[in-house]
Design a binder for this molecule. Structure first.
Ligand code: UFG
Length: 332
């Protein structure tokens, strides 16, 4: 039996695929390469280029491969872009989920592990955030993922497709050897932009707003290493394969860092000055997002290995130094 990673050429997907391959799983990747990189996919995985909104593409894939679990990582995920173009997000994310579940139903595939997000909570009612806390997304990206979770819940009741939704907080870092990492075009995420400045590829960082309701006025986020996220998916997949019921888990480190603190940590890791200035707010940013991940630790047995922000940034810096221009620098 094989696991299908939908979106396996993306930042999180490529680390997921690599981890699965190294753990001995048979891995199939589906990706339309709209934002992902073919070079990021571990060559031991079987790659199908196509879109998960394309039912025929999925039907063929499921007919050719013996898939028992789908790991869904192929949603669009940029908060700011979703504020400007909500329909793009509802189309790709929500329609993609419907078509995928339809194809899984036809093929008799019963397990799905879904990359959900802290953005489902909106401005949280308390910190740290628990899974059952109030959810009122403040951007279309978070809204689309909450809708996808709801769709999975009803499809479980009707068709017995069990799901685990993993609500990530801020995914960061790279494989330690720097062979795969984060490469978005355009790049909008804080840590890779900070490292671009450190590498001299950008003059300075703009910190989007310092008038939030946080200790230093800049947004506070909970950074979790990409390999710890990958491990959580493997645990979630095994949890479902044992016949456990559908569930939802937060994945975070339970420690928050402000944007200013991230810049400071990156200065320490890189030894570079990293000029930064405060700019106006970006739309759709909640003040603070910090997870309570007790449930994932207790139920799944998840034990994140990276609990230090400098270690996380350091893996991203290794990738950046080895691949200053991302996958463009890589042969093959
Ligand atoms: N930021 C800056 N300057 C930049 C880029 C980002 O100040 O040049 C700030 C943002 O305004 C925000 C923080 O850095 O306050 C983190 O921003 P990111 O874009 O790195 O990440 P987000 O918190 O917006 O979103 C990420 C993922 C989402 C996920 C969310 C959950 O992209 O998919 O984490 O916490 F939902």
């Amino acid at each position: 039996m094989a696991v299908l990673v939908a979106g396996g050429a993306g930042y999180i997907g490529s680390h997921m695929v690599d981890r699965l391959v190294n753990e001995g799983y048979d891995v199939v990747v589906a990706d339309n390469l709209s934002t992902g990189h073919k070079k990021a996919i571990n060559p031991k995985a079987k790659f199908y280029e196509g879109d998960t909104r394309d039912g025929e593409f999925l039907d063929n894939l499921f007919a050719n491969e013996d898939i028992d679990t789908v790991i869904h990582m192929d949603a669009f995920s940029l908060v700011s872009e979703s504020m400007k173009n909500p329909l793009k997000y509802f189309d790709n994310n929500v329609v993609g989920m419907i078509v995928l579940l339809e194809a899984m139903k036809k093929a008799g595939v019963k397990n799905i592990v879904f990359s959900s997000t802290a953005a489902t909570y909106g401005n949280p009612e308390r910190i740290p955030i628990h899974e059952k806390d109030h959810k009122e997304p403040i951007n279309p990206y978070g809204e689309s993922k909450l809708i996808m979770e709801h769709i999975m819940k009803w499809v479980d009741k009707a068709d017995g497709i069990h799901s685990v939704a993993l609500r990530y907080f801020n995914a960061a870092g790279a494989k330690q050897d720097g062979s795969i990492g984060e490469d978005h075009h355009p790049e909008t995420h804080l840590i890779p932009i900070v490292l671009k400045v450190a590498a001299g590829q950008q003059d300075k960082l703009k910190i989007f707003g310092d008038d939030y309701d946080t200790p230093d006025g800049t947004n506070v986020r909970d950074y979790v290493h990409i390999l710890d996220l990958a491990d959580a998916h493997i645990l979630a997949m095994e949890y479902l394969k044992k016949g456990n019921p559908s569930n939802v888990f937060n994945l975070g480190s339970s420690t928050g860092f402000s944007n200013k603190e991230i810049v400071e940590a990156a200065r320490k890791v890189t030894g570079k000055k990293i000029p930064a200035e405060v700019a106006t707010r970006r739309g759709g940013d909640p003040d603070t997002l910090v997870a309570d991940s007790t449930k994932a630790r207790e139920v799944l047995g998840w034990k994140p290995k990276f609990d230090n922000i400098e270690d996380i940034i350091s893996t991203a810096w290794t990738w950046k130094q080895k691949h200053p221009n991302g996958y463009e620098d890589q042969q093959g």
